[in-house]
Design a protein around this ligand. Structure first.
Ligand SMILES: [Zn+2]
Length: 258
C-alpha cells in the first residue's frame, strides 16, 4: 500500500454512513472536537485553517470506502492560518509558493475588510469549494464557524507540539497520550489529520514556521501506518523549513490479547 492508498479508520465498516468534519489544526479546538463533534460516526480531518484544498484527496478516498452523508467545513475565530491569509492578501506579505497554493490562493479576489470577516468567509468558501463533489456523492456540504471565545480551554501553559495522524475516530485526548516525552502534560497539541502526509506538507510548514511547534509526533495506530509514517518522517526531515524541530514516530501499540 502506498501513502495515498485508501485508509479505513478502525471502528467503521465499509459502506457505513459517516460524516466528515474538516477543521483547523489549532489546539484550542481539541476538547471541543472530542466532546461535540466526535460522535463515533464522524471522521475528523484537520489542516491549517480547515482548508478544502489539502483535504481533497482524503475526502475522495474516504467517500469511496464509506457512504459520506455530510461534509462539515469548520473554521474558527482568531485563526492563525487566517491571520496568515489576511497578511498575504490584504497587506501584501510574501508567503512561500506551497503555502500560497494550499492556503492563500482561494482567498485572492474575495471580498473581506477585516480579519473577522475573513474568518466568517472561510468556512463558507471551503464548503463552496467542496460542494460540487459533495453533490456528486449525495452529501451535504455545510459551513460551521467555531467561536473560540466560547470554548473550554486548559489553563496550563506549555509548548506547542504537532500530532500527525491518519483520519481517525480516536479522541484527541487519547492521541496526545502517545507523546511520552518530557513536558507532555503541559504541551498544547495541534493536529493534522489526513490520508497522506505529502498532501499536508504546506500545513506542517505553517505549523513549524507560523505557529512555532517545538516537536512533531507521527502517531501510528497500526503496523501499516507505522510503516507509512516511518517514510513520512524521513520526507518531513528533508524539508528545509523543518530546522531543528524533532520529528518523532509513535509506533503502533501492541495488540492486547486474551
Ligand atoms: Zn485555525
Amino acid at each position: 500500500m502506498s501513502d495515498a492508498d485508501i485508509y479505513m479508520p478502525k471502528g467503521l465498516t465499509v459502506g457505513q454512513d459517516v460524516r466528515l468534519v474538516v477543521t483547523c489544526m489549532d489546539w484550542r479546538l481539541d476538547r471541543f472536537i472530542d466532546r461535540d463533534l466526535n460522535d463515533g460516526n464522524t471522521i475528523i480531518l484537520r489542516d491549517a485553517g480547515g482548508s478544502a484544498g489539502t483535504m481533497e484527496n482524503t475526502i475522495k478516498q474516504l467517500s469511496i470506502a464509506y457512504n459520506v452523508t455530510a461534509i462539515v467545513m469548520a473554521g474558527h475565530t482568531d485563526c492563525g492560518a487566517m491571520g496568515l491569509v489576511f497578511k498575504a492578501v490584504r497587506e501584501g506579505a510574501v508567503t512561500s509558493p506551497d503555502v500560497e497554493h494550499a492556503l492563500v490562493r482561494p482567498f485572492r479576489g474575495q471580498i473581506f475588510e477585516t480579519r473577522a470577516e475573513l474568518e466568517s468567509l472561510n468556512p463558507e468558501l471551503q464548503a463552496g469549494r467542496i460542494r460540487e463533489y459533495a453533490d456528486k456523492i449525495g452529501a451535504h456540504a455545510t459551513p460551521m464557524l467555531i467561536d473560540v471565545a466560547t470554548l473550554d480551554l486548559p489553563k496550563h501553559d506549555g509548548e506547542k507540539r504537532l500530532i500527525i495522524t491518519k483520519p481517525t475516530l480516536t479522541h484527541n485526548s487519547r492521541l496526545q497520550q502517545r507523546d511520552t516525552g518530557e513536558g507532555a502534560e503541559h504541551a498544547h497539541y495541534y493536529f493534522i489529520q489526513a490520508n497522506s502526509v505529502s498532501d499536508v506538507l504546506p500545513d506542517i510548514r505553517v505549523a513549524v514556521e507560523a505557529v512555532g511547534v517545538k516537536k512533531i509526533l507521527l502517531v501510528a495506530e497500526d503496523r501499516e501506518q507505522e510503516r507509512q509514517f516511518t517514510n513520512a518522517a524521513i520526507r518531513i526531515k528533508k524539508e528545509p523549513w523543518i530546522g531543528d524541530v524533532p520529528v518523532v514516530l509513535a509506533k503502533a501499540r501492541a495488540k492486547v490479547t486474551g
